[in-house]
Design a protein around this ligand. Structure first.
Ligand code: SAM
Length: 329
C-alpha cells in the first residue's frame, strides 16, 4: 500500500506518455516547441506497462494519461488497450487537447473509458489561434461532440489568462446550460518552459468566481468529490457544472492522493517539486519487481506535505522552469 509520511493513501497516478505536443500554448511552451526528448530517453510502452502494473499492485486505482499530447505518440491506442486490461485498475482517464482525438472516441468508449479531460481555453477561433498558435478549434469541437455523443463524461479545462481569454469565462459557463459538461477554470501556473513568471496572479480563483457570480448570482456551491482539485458549483437550470481549480494558490494540496511519472520515467510526488527517482533508469539497470516496489515505496513515503514545501525543498528550482508538457499536466 502506498502511504506517505502524512498518512495519505496514494492511489492516483498521472502518466505522461510523451513531452511532444501538436499545439504551442504560450503558457505551456515557447513557439518553437521544447527541446524534445530523444526516443531512447522516453520510457517505452513496455516499461510503462510494467511500472503501472507494479504500482496498481501497490494501491494505485486510477491512472490518468497525459503529456504532451498523448495522441501524438505512435501506437498510443494499442498501449491504452493493454493498460485498460490491467487487473486491479479501477479507472483509466485521459487528458487531451482534442486535436487528434475525435476518430478514436468510439474505441475509447469500448475500452471502458468513462471520463476525458478536454483542454479548451476559448470558444473563439481567433483567440484559440492566439493562445495555441495553431488553428485547430474546429477539430477540438468535433472531439467534444464525439465524447458527448458516446456518453463519455467531459471535463473542459480552461486556463484563465489575463488579457487573453478572460472574455471567454462567461461563454464557457454558458456551455453548461445545454451540455452536461463540467467546465473547470484553472489558475495559470508558472510552468511555461521559459522560467519568466509573473509574480502576482490577478486572475485567481476568487476573481474567476466573482466574475461568474456577477452574471449568475444564483450560482451554488455543491459538495466536492473526495480529493477533488476543483471547487464545484451548480447554476440553476444548467445541465453541466462549473468548477474552479486553484492550481496557483494551491489550496487543495492537503488531500493530495497523486503521483506523476514524466515521459523520462521520473517520479514526481508533487507538481511543484523535483523528481524523486527515475523508474526507467532503475528498470534498465536490471531492477526486478521487488527492488522497484521497495524504491517506489520509499520515494512515495517521503511525499511533500504541499506544493509550498515541495517548492522550498526543490534543490535546483528546476521544477518552476519546466513546461507542463514535460511534467505531465
Ligand atoms: N496535451 C494535453 C492537453 O492539452 O490536455 C495534456 C497535457 S497538458 C500539459 C495538460 C493541461 O495542463 C492542459 O489542460 C493545459 O491547459 C494545462 N497547463 C499547461 N500549462 C499550464 C500552466 N502554465 N498553467 C495552468 N495549466 C497549464
Amino acid at each position: 500500500m502506498l502511504i506517505d509520511k502524512h498518512g495519505r493513501k496514494i492511489n492516483y497516478l498521472r502518466l505522461a506518455v510523451t513531452d511532444r505536443c501538436n499545439l504551442r500554448c504560450f503558457y505551456c511552451m515557447p513557439e518553437e516547441g521544447l527541446d524534445w526528448l530523444a526516443r531512447k530517453e522516453l520510457m517505452t510502452y513496455e516499461e510503462m506497462l510494467h511500472v503501472c502494473s507494479v504500482l496498481v499492485k501497490m494501491g494505485i486505482e486510477k491512472i490518468r494519461i497525459t503529456g504532451g499530447e498523448p495522441f501524438v505518440r505512435k501506437e498510443f491506442m494499442p498501449f491504452l488497450t493493454k493498460l485498460s486490461k490491467l487487473q486491479g485498475l479501477q479507472e483509466l482517464t485521459i487528458t487531451t487537447n482534442g486535436v487528434l482525438t475525435a476518430p478514436f472516441v468510439p474505441e475509447l468508449k469500448k475500452l471502458g473509458i468513462k471520463s476525458v479531460n478536454l483542454s479548451l481555453d476559448t470558444l473563439d477561433r481567433n483567440r484559440f489561434f492566439a493562445i495555441t498558435r495553431r488553428d485547430e478549434l474546429p477539430r477540438v469541437m468535433e472531439t467534444l461532440e464525439a465524447l458527448l455523443h458516446h456518453d463519455i463524461e467531459v471535463k473542459l479545462n480552461a486556463v484563465v489568462m489575463e488579457g487573453k481569454n478572460t472574455d471567454d469565462i462567461l461563454p464557457l459557463v454558458e456551455l453548461t446550460k445545454d451540455m452536461p459538461v463540467s467546465v473547470r477554470f484553472i489558475e495559470e501556473m508558472p510552468f511555461n518552459g521559459e522560467g519568466n513568471h509573473y509574480t502576482n496572479l490577478t486572475w485567481d480563483h476568487v476573481q474567476i468566481l466573482n466574475t461568474i457570480r456577477q452574471q449568475y448570482p444564483d450560482i451554488q456551491k455543491v459538495p466536492d468529490a473526495p480529493f477533488s482539485t476543483s471547487y464545484n458549483y451548480n447554476i440553476l437550470g444548467h445541465k453541466g457544472k462549473v468548477g474552479v481549480i486553484a492550481a496557483y494558490t494551491r489550496s487543495f494540496c492537503g488531500t493530495c492522493n497523486r503521483i506523476r511519472l514524466t515521459p523520462l520515467g521520473v517520479l514526481k510526488t508533487c507538481l511543484y517539486g523535483d523528481g524523486v527517482m527515475n523508474v526507467k533508469d532503475l528498470m534498465r539497470a536490471g531492477a526486478g519487481k521487488a527492488a522497484l516496489q521497495a524504491a517506489l515505496l520509499a520515494a512515495v513515503g517521503k511525499k511533500e506535505k504541499n506544493g509550498w514545501e515541495a517548492e522550498k525543498n526543490s534543490a535546483v528550482r528546476s521544477a518552476l522552469n519546466a513546461s507542463m508538457a514535460t511534467i505531465g499536466g
